[in-house]
Design a protein around this ligand. Structure first.
Ligand SMILES: [Zn+2]
Length: 330
Protein backbone atom coordinates (compact mmCIF):
# COMPACT_ATOMS: atom_id res chain seq x y z
CA UNK A 1 0.00 0.00 0.00
CA UNK A 2 1.29 3.44 -0.87
CA UNK A 3 0.64 7.11 -0.22
CA UNK A 4 0.11 9.79 -2.83
CA UNK A 5 3.21 11.15 -4.51
CA UNK A 6 1.42 14.52 -4.79
CA UNK A 7 2.22 15.43 -1.19
CA UNK A 8 4.61 18.25 -0.39
CA UNK A 9 5.03 17.39 3.27
CA UNK A 10 4.51 14.59 5.73
CA UNK A 11 3.56 15.42 9.31
CA UNK A 12 2.51 12.10 10.74
CA UNK A 13 -0.15 12.19 13.42
CA UNK A 14 -0.20 9.77 16.36
CA UNK A 15 -4.01 9.92 16.20
CA UNK A 16 -4.93 6.82 14.26
CA UNK A 17 -5.87 3.19 14.90
CA UNK A 18 -3.11 1.46 13.00
CA UNK A 19 -3.81 -0.79 10.05
CA UNK A 20 -7.24 -0.68 8.47
CA UNK A 21 -9.55 -3.67 8.78
CA UNK A 22 -11.36 -2.84 5.53
CA UNK A 23 -10.02 -2.23 2.03
CA UNK A 24 -9.99 1.38 0.86
CA UNK A 25 -13.14 1.88 -1.23
CA UNK A 26 -14.51 5.24 -0.12
CA UNK A 27 -13.54 8.92 -0.25
CA UNK A 28 -14.58 11.30 2.51
CA UNK A 29 -13.93 14.98 1.86
CA UNK A 30 -13.95 17.29 4.89
CA UNK A 31 -13.54 21.01 5.41
CA UNK A 32 -11.14 22.44 7.98
CA UNK A 33 -13.57 25.22 8.95
CA UNK A 34 -10.57 27.49 8.83
CA UNK A 35 -7.88 28.62 6.44
CA UNK A 36 -5.06 26.44 7.70
CA UNK A 37 -1.91 25.69 5.79
CA UNK A 38 -1.02 22.01 5.45
CA UNK A 39 1.69 22.61 8.05
CA UNK A 40 -0.63 24.18 10.65
CA UNK A 41 -3.27 21.52 10.12
CA UNK A 42 -0.55 18.89 10.48
CA UNK A 43 0.69 20.55 13.67
CA UNK A 44 -2.82 20.35 15.16
CA UNK A 45 -3.15 16.67 14.32
CA UNK A 46 0.37 16.00 15.59
CA UNK A 47 -0.86 16.72 19.14
CA UNK A 48 -2.18 13.53 20.70
CA UNK A 49 -4.51 15.62 22.89
CA UNK A 50 -6.36 16.63 19.74
CA UNK A 51 -7.67 13.06 19.25
CA UNK A 52 -8.33 13.77 15.57
CA UNK A 53 -6.61 13.36 12.24
CA UNK A 54 -7.14 12.85 8.53
CA UNK A 55 -5.14 10.97 5.94
CA UNK A 56 -4.50 14.12 3.90
CA UNK A 57 -4.87 17.89 4.13
CA UNK A 58 -5.03 20.48 1.35
CA UNK A 59 -4.16 24.15 1.84
CA UNK A 60 -5.68 27.10 -0.02
CA UNK A 61 -2.41 27.29 -1.94
CA UNK A 62 -3.15 23.85 -3.37
CA UNK A 63 -0.39 22.08 -1.49
CA UNK A 64 -1.12 18.64 -0.08
CA UNK A 65 0.11 17.17 3.22
CA UNK A 66 0.07 13.61 4.54
CA UNK A 67 -0.89 13.09 8.18
CA UNK A 68 -1.91 9.44 8.40
CA UNK A 69 -0.52 6.79 6.04
CA UNK A 70 -3.21 5.46 3.74
CA UNK A 71 -2.82 1.99 5.22
CA UNK A 72 -3.91 3.30 8.63
CA UNK A 73 -7.35 4.36 9.87
CA UNK A 74 -7.58 8.06 10.59
CA UNK A 75 -9.83 9.59 13.22
CA UNK A 76 -11.80 11.96 11.06
CA UNK A 77 -15.45 11.24 10.30
CA UNK A 78 -16.98 10.39 13.73
CA UNK A 79 -17.51 6.87 12.39
CA UNK A 80 -15.10 4.04 12.96
CA UNK A 81 -16.71 1.98 10.18
CA UNK A 82 -16.39 4.83 7.68
CA UNK A 83 -12.79 5.65 8.49
CA UNK A 84 -11.79 1.97 8.23
CA UNK A 85 -12.64 2.08 4.52
CA UNK A 86 -12.34 5.76 3.60
CA UNK A 87 -9.44 7.98 2.71
CA UNK A 88 -10.17 11.19 4.59
CA UNK A 89 -9.15 14.59 3.23
CA UNK A 90 -9.35 17.93 5.05
CA UNK A 91 -9.58 20.96 2.72
CA UNK A 92 -8.81 24.51 3.88
CA UNK A 93 -11.54 27.15 3.58
CA UNK A 94 -10.92 30.62 2.23
CA UNK A 95 -14.31 31.80 3.50
CA UNK A 96 -16.58 31.11 6.45
CA UNK A 97 -19.90 29.62 7.50
CA UNK A 98 -22.29 28.39 6.19
CA UNK A 99 -20.74 27.83 2.76
CA UNK A 100 -17.13 27.25 3.80
CA UNK A 101 -15.81 27.85 0.25
CA UNK A 102 -12.42 26.60 -0.89
CA UNK A 103 -9.93 28.23 -3.25
CA UNK A 104 -9.66 27.24 -6.91
CA UNK A 105 -6.17 25.88 -6.21
CA UNK A 106 -7.40 23.75 -3.33
CA UNK A 107 -10.27 22.46 -5.45
CA UNK A 108 -7.97 21.48 -8.31
CA UNK A 109 -5.55 19.82 -5.86
CA UNK A 110 -8.51 17.91 -4.41
CA UNK A 111 -9.45 16.61 -7.87
CA UNK A 112 -5.89 15.53 -8.54
CA UNK A 113 -5.48 13.87 -5.15
CA UNK A 114 -8.80 12.00 -5.34
CA UNK A 115 -7.98 10.81 -8.89
CA UNK A 116 -4.60 9.58 -7.67
CA UNK A 117 -6.16 7.80 -4.67
CA UNK A 118 -8.69 6.07 -6.92
CA UNK A 119 -6.01 4.97 -9.37
CA UNK A 120 -3.71 3.52 -6.73
CA UNK A 121 -6.48 1.83 -4.77
CA UNK A 122 -8.29 0.43 -7.79
CA UNK A 123 -11.45 2.49 -7.28
CA UNK A 124 -12.83 2.43 -10.83
CA UNK A 125 -15.43 5.22 -10.48
CA UNK A 126 -16.70 7.60 -7.85
CA UNK A 127 -20.40 7.31 -7.17
CA UNK A 128 -22.21 10.02 -5.21
CA UNK A 129 -25.73 9.86 -3.84
CA UNK A 130 -27.79 12.86 -2.78
CA UNK A 131 -29.53 10.98 0.02
CA UNK A 132 -27.97 10.05 3.31
CA UNK A 133 -29.34 6.51 3.33
CA UNK A 134 -27.52 5.59 0.11
CA UNK A 135 -24.30 7.19 1.29
CA UNK A 136 -24.17 5.60 4.74
CA UNK A 137 -25.37 2.24 3.40
CA UNK A 138 -23.07 2.40 0.36
CA UNK A 139 -26.15 1.59 -1.73
CA UNK A 140 -25.84 1.30 -5.51
CA UNK A 141 -22.08 1.51 -5.30
CA UNK A 142 -22.07 4.87 -3.53
CA UNK A 143 -18.48 5.42 -2.38
CA UNK A 144 -18.43 9.05 -1.29
CA UNK A 145 -19.50 9.86 2.24
CA UNK A 146 -19.70 13.10 4.25
CA UNK A 147 -19.08 13.92 7.89
CA UNK A 148 -22.53 15.48 8.36
CA UNK A 149 -24.09 12.02 7.96
CA UNK A 150 -22.34 10.76 11.08
CA UNK A 151 -22.32 13.78 13.40
CA UNK A 152 -24.20 17.00 13.96
CA UNK A 153 -21.80 19.00 11.80
CA UNK A 154 -21.99 21.09 8.64
CA UNK A 155 -18.78 19.44 7.33
CA UNK A 156 -17.78 19.46 4.49
CA UNK A 157 -19.61 22.84 4.19
CA UNK A 158 -22.19 23.64 1.54
CA UNK A 159 -19.62 24.65 -1.05
CA UNK A 160 -17.98 21.22 -1.23
CA UNK A 161 -21.14 19.28 -0.38
CA UNK A 162 -22.94 20.75 -3.38
CA UNK A 163 -19.98 19.98 -5.61
CA UNK A 164 -19.73 16.27 -4.83
CA UNK A 165 -21.60 15.46 -8.05
CA UNK A 166 -19.17 17.60 -10.03
CA UNK A 167 -16.14 16.13 -8.19
CA UNK A 168 -17.30 12.60 -9.03
CA UNK A 169 -17.88 13.51 -12.69
CA UNK A 170 -14.51 15.23 -13.09
CA UNK A 171 -12.56 12.49 -11.31
CA UNK A 172 -14.33 9.81 -13.37
CA UNK A 173 -13.43 11.69 -16.53
CA UNK A 174 -9.78 11.79 -15.50
CA UNK A 175 -9.82 8.13 -14.52
CA UNK A 176 -11.18 7.09 -17.91
CA UNK A 177 -8.69 9.31 -19.74
CA UNK A 178 -5.80 7.79 -17.82
CA UNK A 179 -7.13 4.36 -18.65
CA UNK A 180 -7.28 4.96 -22.42
CA UNK A 181 -4.63 2.92 -24.20
CA UNK A 182 -1.56 5.01 -24.76
CA UNK A 183 -0.17 5.46 -28.24
CA UNK A 184 2.83 3.27 -29.00
CA UNK A 185 5.81 4.96 -27.41
CA UNK A 186 8.55 6.09 -29.73
CA UNK A 187 11.21 3.59 -28.81
CA UNK A 188 14.65 5.06 -28.95
CA UNK A 189 16.33 1.70 -29.04
CA UNK A 190 19.70 2.87 -30.24
CA UNK A 191 21.12 4.23 -27.04
CA UNK A 192 24.49 4.25 -25.33
CA UNK A 193 25.28 0.65 -24.40
CA UNK A 194 23.05 -0.92 -27.05
CA UNK A 195 24.54 -3.62 -29.27
CA UNK A 196 24.03 -2.87 -32.99
CA UNK A 197 24.84 -4.34 -36.33
CA UNK A 198 25.67 -2.31 -39.40
CA UNK A 199 23.06 -2.42 -42.18
CA UNK A 200 24.59 0.30 -44.39
CA UNK A 201 27.85 0.31 -46.32
CA UNK A 202 29.44 3.66 -45.45
CA UNK A 203 30.68 5.41 -42.31
CA UNK A 204 29.10 8.72 -41.34
CA UNK A 205 31.82 10.59 -43.26
CA UNK A 206 31.24 8.60 -46.49
CA UNK A 207 34.12 6.11 -46.34
CA UNK A 208 33.30 2.49 -47.13
CA UNK A 209 33.02 0.20 -44.12
CA UNK A 210 35.36 -2.82 -44.39
CA UNK A 211 33.79 -6.25 -44.53
CA UNK A 212 35.23 -7.45 -41.22
CA UNK A 213 33.66 -4.44 -39.44
CA UNK A 214 30.30 -5.14 -41.06
CA UNK A 215 30.53 -8.75 -39.97
CA UNK A 216 30.65 -7.92 -36.26
CA UNK A 217 28.19 -6.47 -33.76
CA UNK A 218 29.18 -3.24 -32.00
CA UNK A 219 28.42 -1.44 -28.76
CA UNK A 220 27.16 2.15 -29.04
CA UNK A 221 29.63 4.49 -27.36
CA UNK A 222 27.78 7.79 -27.77
CA UNK A 223 25.25 9.46 -30.01
CA UNK A 224 24.21 12.90 -31.09
CA UNK A 225 21.32 13.41 -33.51
CA UNK A 226 21.73 10.91 -36.36
CA UNK A 227 25.45 10.43 -35.64
CA UNK A 228 26.14 7.30 -33.64
CA UNK A 229 29.66 6.44 -32.51
CA UNK A 230 30.33 2.74 -32.20
CA UNK A 231 33.46 1.59 -30.41
CA UNK A 232 33.88 -1.85 -28.92
CA UNK A 233 32.93 -5.01 -30.77
CA UNK A 234 30.46 -7.24 -28.97
CA UNK A 235 33.13 -9.93 -28.64
CA UNK A 236 35.40 -7.39 -26.93
CA UNK A 237 38.26 -7.90 -29.39
CA UNK A 238 38.14 -4.57 -31.25
CA UNK A 239 37.68 -0.88 -30.55
CA UNK A 240 37.15 1.32 -33.60
CA UNK A 241 35.52 4.55 -32.30
CA UNK A 242 33.81 5.23 -35.63
CA UNK A 243 30.71 7.30 -36.47
CA UNK A 244 27.85 5.72 -38.43
CA UNK A 245 24.52 7.20 -39.46
CA UNK A 246 21.70 5.97 -37.18
CA UNK A 247 19.71 4.78 -40.22
CA UNK A 248 22.55 2.41 -41.14
CA UNK A 249 22.34 0.57 -37.81
CA UNK A 250 19.95 -2.01 -36.42
CA UNK A 251 19.60 -2.97 -32.77
CA UNK A 252 20.67 -6.45 -31.76
CA UNK A 253 20.37 -5.95 -28.00
CA UNK A 254 18.89 -2.91 -26.29
CA UNK A 255 20.95 -1.01 -23.75
CA UNK A 256 20.55 -2.43 -20.26
CA UNK A 257 17.77 -0.61 -18.46
CA UNK A 258 18.71 1.94 -15.88
CA UNK A 259 16.87 1.73 -12.60
CA UNK A 260 14.65 4.72 -11.98
CA UNK A 261 13.58 4.76 -8.33
CA UNK A 262 9.80 4.62 -8.05
CA UNK A 263 7.23 4.70 -5.28
CA UNK A 264 6.89 1.18 -3.90
CA UNK A 265 10.49 0.15 -4.61
CA UNK A 266 12.40 -1.47 -1.77
CA UNK A 267 15.83 0.09 -1.29
CA UNK A 268 18.83 0.04 0.99
CA UNK A 269 19.26 3.47 2.54
CA UNK A 270 22.97 4.22 2.92
CA UNK A 271 22.57 7.56 4.70
CA UNK A 272 22.19 8.38 8.38
CA UNK A 273 19.82 11.37 8.40
CA UNK A 274 16.26 12.09 7.31
CA UNK A 275 14.15 15.25 7.02
CA UNK A 276 10.60 16.14 8.00
CA UNK A 277 9.80 17.47 4.51
CA UNK A 278 11.30 17.44 1.02
CA UNK A 279 12.83 20.89 1.51
CA UNK A 280 13.50 20.97 5.24
CA UNK A 281 16.87 22.29 6.41
CA UNK A 282 17.29 20.49 9.74
CA UNK A 283 18.39 16.89 9.48
CA UNK A 284 17.45 14.28 12.08
CA UNK A 285 19.61 11.24 12.74
CA UNK A 286 18.35 7.84 11.73
CA UNK A 287 19.66 4.38 10.95
CA UNK A 288 19.98 3.29 7.35
CA UNK A 289 19.03 -0.10 5.98
CA UNK A 290 16.06 -1.62 4.23
CA UNK A 291 13.25 0.83 3.45
CA UNK A 292 10.51 1.52 0.95
CA UNK A 293 10.02 4.60 -1.23
CA UNK A 294 6.57 5.92 -0.33
CA UNK A 295 6.65 9.28 -2.11
CA UNK A 296 8.72 11.30 -4.55
CA UNK A 297 8.46 15.07 -4.47
CA UNK A 298 9.59 17.34 -7.34
CA UNK A 299 12.64 15.42 -8.43
CA UNK A 300 15.46 17.76 -9.41
CA UNK A 301 13.86 20.68 -7.57
CA UNK A 302 13.49 19.63 -3.97
CA UNK A 303 16.45 19.04 -1.67
CA UNK A 304 15.35 15.67 -0.34
CA UNK A 305 13.00 14.32 -3.00
CA UNK A 306 12.50 10.76 -1.75
CA UNK A 307 10.31 9.75 1.20
CA UNK A 308 11.54 6.50 2.74
CA UNK A 309 9.79 4.38 5.32
CA UNK A 310 11.78 1.68 7.11
CA UNK A 311 10.87 -1.98 6.58
CA UNK A 312 10.15 -3.02 10.14
CA UNK A 313 12.27 -5.70 11.73
CA UNK A 314 15.24 -5.07 9.43
CA UNK A 315 17.12 -2.66 11.68
CA UNK A 316 16.55 0.59 9.83
CA UNK A 317 14.87 3.57 11.50
CA UNK A 318 14.61 5.91 8.51
CA UNK A 319 11.11 7.47 8.22
CA UNK A 320 11.31 10.72 6.34
CA UNK A 321 12.70 12.56 3.32
CA UNK A 322 16.18 11.80 1.99
CA UNK A 323 18.49 13.01 -0.76
CA UNK A 324 18.90 11.62 -4.23
CA UNK A 325 21.71 9.07 -4.60
CA UNK A 326 21.68 8.03 -0.93
CA UNK A 327 20.11 4.63 -1.51
CA UNK A 328 20.49 1.66 -3.79
CA UNK A 329 18.03 -0.83 -5.21
CA UNK A 330 17.49 -3.87 -3.03
ZN1 LIG B 1 -15.25 16.76 8.96
Amino acid sequence: MSNSSLICCTILSPNHSGKRTHAIDTITIHCMAGNLSVESCGALFARSSRQASSNYGIGSDGRIGLYVDEENRSWCTSSRANDQRAITIEVANNGGSPNWPVSAKAYEALLRLVTDICERNNIKRLIWATDKESRVGHLNGCNMTVHRDYANKSCPGNYLYERHDEIAAEVNKRLSEDEAPAADPVVQEIDVGAVVKITGSKYYGGKTIPGWVKAKNWVVHSLSGDRVVINKSEDGKNAIMSPVNIKDLAVVNKAPEKWVPAVGDTVIYNGSVHYISANATSAYKCKGGEAKITAIHQLGKSKHPYHLVRVSGKGASVYGWVDEGTFTKK
